[in-house]
Write a protein that binds this ligand. Structure first.
Ligand SMILES: N[C@@H](CCC(=O)N[C@@H](CS)C(=O)NCC(=O)O)C(=O)O
Length: 292
């Protein structure tokens, strides 16, 4: 029989305790919808992106920069900064394009479509431009397998491992063990796939790689949660080879710094409205803080 070690007994009815959410307690709420009226800014390009340079945000800016790298001028975009720590994802304007109040969200002025969920955004762009998704059924299916794998797996890394290892108000052994086990297993899944194939699902670089790199590439480089040594990331050799190959791409180097407000200053471009913004002087890449 298992020994009962629980010190917390859930009440009959859960109630909202605003003090109890760790770093994110100020913005996490058990209800959806807008908290305030505010319109979204609108730039001049066909694609309007509302985002932040987290891994989910990086997926989209990497894809857009890859499309531009291929000469797809229709992929010109304005990347507006959404400061999720300040609750900007709960403005009426943001909620109207993403009822789930999470970055990234895209508005396509050509079609009038709103697009939310980063995986859906990459698929939308791949189909719109006919790029980065294999044309033949077998390879396309493999790319979709890995795309959906990532969308289902990354929450265990970010919301599970990252939350309990780095952000929770205390270090709790049980969830850290549980999510470390899962994240190491996921890295091994990728490592074995990348022992067989240059990219995920084959020899073609696709949106499956673009959604996965910001999560497991950053992790494999030791850049996520200060957990490189804890997870022994250098042991996943094929994952590291793929990570380095992708990092060497100019579009990835541009895309990974868009809407980023932390880390080394040369790796921050708070808003992107033009290709030349990457060449701005450092102080001009930083947006003024929003008023408290
Ligand atoms: N499944 C979503 C996840 C998006 C997501 O979790 N976004 C985070 C930042 S990485 C966010 O906006 N969090 C703000 C909040 O939870 O209020 C996607 O892939 O787009």
């Amino acid at each position: 029989m298992m020994t009962e070690t629980t010190t917390y007994e859930p009440p009959k009815v859960w109630t909202w305790d605003t003090e109890n959410g760790g770093n994110w307690s100020k913005i996490n709420r058990p209800i959806a919808g807008a908290t305030h009226e505010a319109e979204l800014p609108r730039g001049t390009h066909p694609l309007q992106l509302y985002s932040l340079g987290t891994p989910n945000g990086q997926k989209v800016t990497i894809m857009l920069e890859e499309l531009l790298e291929l000469g797809e001028t229709g992929a010109e975009y304005d990347a507006h900064l959404i400061r999720i720590g300040d609750g900007e994802q709960f403005s009426s304007g943001f909620v109207s394009i993403n009822p789930n109040s999470k970055i990234p969200a895209l508005f396509d002025t050509d079609t009038g479509s709103r697009v939310f969920e980063s995986g859906a955004i990459l698929l939308y762009l791949a189909e719109k431009f006919g790029r980065f998704l294999p044309k033949d059924a077998a390879h396309r299916t493999e790319a979709m397998n890995w795309l959906f794998w990532l969308q289902g797996s990354a929450p265990y890394l970010g919301g599970g491992f990252g939350h309990f290892y780095a952000y929770a108000p205390e270090k709790f052994e049980y969830p850290i063990n549980r999510f470390t086990m899962e994240v190491k297993r996921q890295m091994d899944v990728l490592d074995r796939e990348l022992a067989q194939n240059r990219f995920l699902g084959g020899d073609e670089y696709t949106i499956a790689d673009m959604v996965t790199w910001p999560w497991y590439g950053n992790l494999a480089m030791g850049d996520a949660y200060g957990a490189g040594e804890f997870l022994q990331v250098e042991t996943y050799k094929n994952l590291r080879r793929w990570t380095d190959d992708i990092l060497a791409r100019p579009a990835v180097q541009r895309g990974r710094i868009v809407n980023r407000t932390w880390g080394p200053l040369e790796e921050q471009l708070h808003e992107r409205h033009d290709a030349s913004d990457f060449d701005l002087k450092t102080q001009d890449k930083i947006a003024p803080q929003t008023a408290e």
